[in-house]
Design a protein around this ligand. Structure first.
Ligand code: GUN
Length: 297
């Protein structure tokens, strides 16, 4: 029996429809137009594609969508000025600074400068702290999307006591994902690329989330029969004949013969990340307007 394929693309389309409806309601009832500004520094081709997509989908939602493009040699002081302007602009509810930034800019200093209530990436330490202490937080988009897919799969209360292994410990995915799993009452292990006996630990997981950034690192020996596998990996690898393809952190072909359900790459977590950026922008707009944002949780 092969695993169910978790269709993140279809789920994300549904979520986007909900966000578009919510946007119409915010406009009609409160005169509030959610505003998202994405800032990109430099010409990294992958980042350019991501940013174009974010802007396009934000506009489709009915948001006030803006993209600020800065030259690759922009200094930190200039970027801090741009962020200060956006922090002070009441029409901007969400600010996203695309990462990575050029070497002359300290990423940590930029993240700290963003108003935590406009931090739709959920990267500000205030949001990380709010999440870790069970308060209302802006949650990073990728783990938020993964947790929605899991909630859909397991149903209300369905994750209580379940063993979850998070492979990866980044601020953007691994750490917040572990917090979200803990909030669902999972028994959570955080593993990473240097974990000893990694396959043995992964094989205990009823929920396995992979975000290590190493193509197809987790093979058949890492999957518990029937496990739900969420693959956050987006690795471009050689596919022969001068072509490339996207690969996850999990060996999909091997894992799908063992797992109970698995997200594909592409078409799994990726579309959820952008849809959750839209959800977070609505949440930020609601916070700014003093409107209950519970619908998006
Ligand atoms: N670069 C790759 N993923 C992300 C993300 O989720 N947020 C930001 N700001 N930059 C990224």
């Amino acid at each position: 029996m092969t695993a169910d394929i978790i269709d993140g693309k279809a789920f994300a389309m549904g979520l986007r429809e909900m966000v578009a409806q919510q946007t119409s309601q915010l406009k009609a009832r409160h005169g509030l137009v959610p505003g998202l500004t994405v800032v990109i520094v430099g010409e990294d081709p992958a980042s350019q594609i991501y940013v174009r997509n974010k802007g396009k989908i934000a506009a489709e939602m009915g948001f006030l969508s803006d993209t600020i493009r800065l030259a690759a040699d922009t200094g930190q002081a200039r970027l801090l000025e741009v962020i200060a302007d956006l922090n002070g602009d009441p029409a901007v509810h969400g600010i996203l600074v695309q990462l990575p930034l050029p070497a002359q800019i300290d990423e940590g200093a930029i993240i700290l400068a963003i108003d935590p209530n406009k931090d739709v990436d959920g990267l500000h330490p205030i949001n990380a702290g709010r999440l870790a202490s069970g308060q209302n937080a802006m949650v990073p988009c990728t783990p938020l999307g993964c947790s929605m897919l899991l909630a859909d799969r397991f149903g209300a209360g369905g994750m209580i006591g379940v063993r979850a292994v998070m492979v990866g410990r980044s601020n953007l995915v691994g750490k917040p994902m572990a917090q979200l799993l803990l909030a669902e009452h999972c028994t959570v292990t955080i593993a990473h690329s240097r974990t000893r006996d990694l396959p043995e630990i992964c094989r205990q997981a009823d929920i396995l989330v992979a975000a290590v950034g190493r193509p197809e690192m987790l093979g058949a020996d890492c999957i518990k029969p029937g496990a739900v596998v969420i693959d956050v990996g987006m690795n471009r690898i050689d596919a022969g004949d001068g072509k490339t393809r996207l690969a996850g952190d999990v060996d999909f072909q091997a894992a799908k013969e063992i797992a109970g359900a698995i997200t594909p790459v592409p078409g799994g977590v990726g579309p959820m990340t952008i849809a959750c950026l839209m959800v977070n922008t609505i949440t930020a707009a609601c916070w700014a307007g003093g409107i209950d944002a519970a619908w998006s949780k």
